[in-house]
Unconditional design. Structure first.
Length: 338
């Protein structure tokens, strides 16, 4: 029987198919990369702002927010009611279960809201939206999701500020302040669902404050606009942390990224960003001067140095005694006011 295709012809056809397959794979990869690039291209451009909606209210709102899809803004009024002015079918939310007279309100970067009324009550929670489908149409309902029971402070004290934050275990920390007394700190234990007071160690009033995510740090601004930060150890004791490079007069403060980053606004309009920088204690036990990373340590002296690479570089030096030291909140950059 005569063969229709010779072995040489078969090899040529196979090679052609392999080449075609390779070209198709390359084209597919190029198409995928091009699609990803087109999707990511807007992220590489400059940020822009656009009008989402116009919200009208009888009185100036204390807070304004929106849902993740930015389909409907909500406003928090001085009566403690969260309403959706542009979506009248959504029922207003009442964190205190009734209209109240709010003193102030605060919102964290992950949408945790803290409300303080004139009776010394604090409500902490979030606005939660839920979708459901009916006859092929999506309907969204809103509800107030409390993160803890309402905290009752001394109703005779003129409280004028409060803020809160949470950790991944469902615990909360609330910091409240008044012009007439030292601030108070309360911890909500999510496991036993109760509030517990904690001692911060401050005896004078403050003007504002912030609680870090994961509840490991607190920052306060005193009546003289001085900034102080505190860290919590494993025994729930608070220790004041050293500060370096921050302006002397601060008006507002906020933690970012779990408490390792601090942003402080100065009275002059400047903005300072600082990081928690690890430090190490180095004691020169030898008879010669130690020189490292621009620092000089004479025999018998101890220096507290930023532990970027110093600890590893001195680990093999017999005359260097290394011990851990508290981290220092160090200003990295200050943007001048405009």
């Amino acid at each position: 029987m005569t063969a229709i295709l010779t072995e040489k012809a078969k090899d040529r056809i196979a090679a052609a198919l392999i080449r075609c397959g390779g070209v198709l794979v390359i084209l597919t990869v190029v198409a995928i990369v091009a699609n990803i690039g087109m999707e990511a291209l807007p992220l590489l451009g400059g940020a822009s702002a656009h009008r989402l909606d116009d919200v009208t209210a009888q009185d100036p709102p204390l807070l304004v927010g929106t849902d993740p899809r930015q389909e409907g803004p909500w406003i928090l009024g001085g009566d403690g009611v969260i309403s959706f002015e542009t979506l009248p079918d959504r029922e207003p939310l009442k964190p205190f279960n009734e209209p109240v007279s709010l003193v102030t309100a605060d919102i964290e970067i992950h949408d945790l809201i803290t409300l303080l009324d004139d009776q010394g009550r604090i409500a902490v929670g979030k606005v939660r939206l839920r979708d459901h489908w009916e006859n092929g149409q999506r309907h969204t309902t809103a509800r107030w999701r409390p993160s803890a029971d309402i905290l009752q402070l001394d109703p005779q004290t003129p409280w004028n500020g409060a803020t809160a934050n949470s950790d991944s275990d469902g615990n909360l920390m609330v910091l409240a302040w008044s012009p007439s007394q030292a601030p108070v700190l309360f911890f909500w234990d999510g496991e036993i669902e109760s509030w517990e007071p904690q001692a911060l160690g401050l005896s004078n009033p403050i003007t504002t404050g912030a609680v870090a995510m994961e509840l490991g740090a607190i920052a306060v601004v005193d009546a003289y606009h001085g900034l102080k930060t505190f860290t919590r150890d494993r025994t729930d004791q608070w220790t004041e942390r050293l500060m370096d490079g921050f302006p002397e007069a601060i008006s507002r403060v906020r933690f970012l990224i779990g408490g390792g980053t601090l942003v402080a606004a100065g009275l002059d309009g400047s903005v300072t960003v600082g990081f928690s920088v690890p430090h190490v204690s180095v004691t020169n036990t030898g008879s010669k001067t130690l020189k490292i990373a621009g620092f000089t340590i004479d025999p018998g002296e101890t220096a507290i140095l930023p532990d970027d690479e110093i600890g590893s570089r001195l680990a093999s030096v017999p005359s260097a005694k290394l011990e851990s030291a508290p981290a220092v909140m160090t200003a990295i950059r200050t943007l001048p006011g405009v």
